[in-house]
Design a protein around this ligand. Structure first.
Ligand SMILES: [Fe+2]
Ligand SMILES: [Fe+2]
Length: 303
């Protein structure tokens, strides 16, 4: 396994203390920037630096520095930025948290939620707009940010306590963490999945559940939601078809479904207007898949 990890352009500005390396033509890794040395703003601004790498031994320090930097940037954008900047900054945090092998980034999510709850006033219209604008290119990241914004919109409009809001936001941020290990072709296809691909896709709730239990000590609801967000009350869902054990799973499962139908467009199904989605989900409520109470509460918070 390689001893070096690629640094994404969006990560460069946050990694101030770790050394950077670049690769020579014959594949040798050469020191590009010493520990603690600045990269130089002119090079950064003009995007003139080559593909940069960090050494495996610096990964832990780099991740701590990165997640701290991303949260600081997010706080700055929440305090002064426009909605696009806030969504982009939140998307950058979610992208790191959903990257396999980056538990440090997952563990920094409560701080992200804290920044949101302390700085965004509880006027839910901000969250409503945040879920509608598109500033993130990665489908799972965009979906996760939208589900989180809609969840917070619901929490603010229902007057839910800060403690429960924090748990629900964490549930939303990590509900699809298991999908981060899937092949991009499965996640981003506009065609129907083959049976083999679908089988892999249907395993993401269990993968996410195990990852959260193994790597974090978050409220047990966070792992439960990762496992149960595709389960349905009438036991028609997956991965186990055994129904839903907690309130958080019902809510995030409902919002997950609403977001996917409203904002995702696939070749075999056009994205819908929120009202049309609610009409479609109403049928699912009547069929016993979702709780009527959640449907009513969520509909009222969208108005
Ligand atoms: Fe999912
Ligand atoms: Fe999802």
């Amino acid at each position: 396994m390689s001893e070096y990890f690629r640094v994404r352009p969006s990560q460069v500005q946050f990694l101030k203390t770790v050394p950077f390396y670049h690769q020579s033509k014959d594949g040798e890794f050469i020191l590009y920037k010493k520990s603690g040395e600045s990269l130089g703003m002119d090079r950064k601004l003009q995007n003139r630096y080559p593909q940069l790498f960090i050494n495996k031994q610096d990964k832990k320090q780099a991740l701590e520095e990165l997640t701290r930097g991303l949260n600081l940037e997010f706080a700055r954008q929440v305090a002064e930025g426009g909605l696009v900047q806030i969504k982009t900054a939140l998307g950058n945090i979610v992208r790191e948290a959903l990257t396999p092998g980056q538990a440090t980034a997952m563990l920094a999510l409560p701080e992200t939620i804290d920044i949101l709850l302390k700085n965004v006033d509880r006027d839910h219209t901000i969250m409503a707009f945040l879920s509608k604008i598109s500033s993130v290119s990665d489908i799972v990241v965009e979906h996760t940010v939208n589900v989180t914004a809609l969840t917070l919109q619901y929490c603010f409009s229902m007057g839910i306590s800060e403690k429960e809001t924090t748990t629900l936001a964490l549930c939303a941020l990590l509900h699809d963490v298991g999908a981060s290990t899937l092949d991009k072709r499965i996640l981003e296809t506009k065609r129907r999945l083959s049976d083999k691909q679908f089988k892999k896709y249907r395993a993401h709730p269990e993968t996410g559940h195990d990852l959260i239990l193994l790597k974090t000590d978050f409220n047990i609801a966070v792992a439960n939601v990762a496992l149960e967000h595709h389960e349905r009350l009438d036991k028609s869902g997956y991965p186990n078809g055994t129904g839903i054990s907690c309130h958080e799973s019902q809510l995030i499962g409902f919002i997950d479904c609403f977001e996917a139908l409203t904002y995702r467009e696939k070749a075999f199904r056009k994205a819908k207007k929120p009202f049309d989605t609610l009409n479609l989900i109403k049928g699912e409520v009547m069929a016993g898949k979702f709780a009527p109470r959640i449907f009513k509460e969520f509909t009222s918070c969208l108005i």
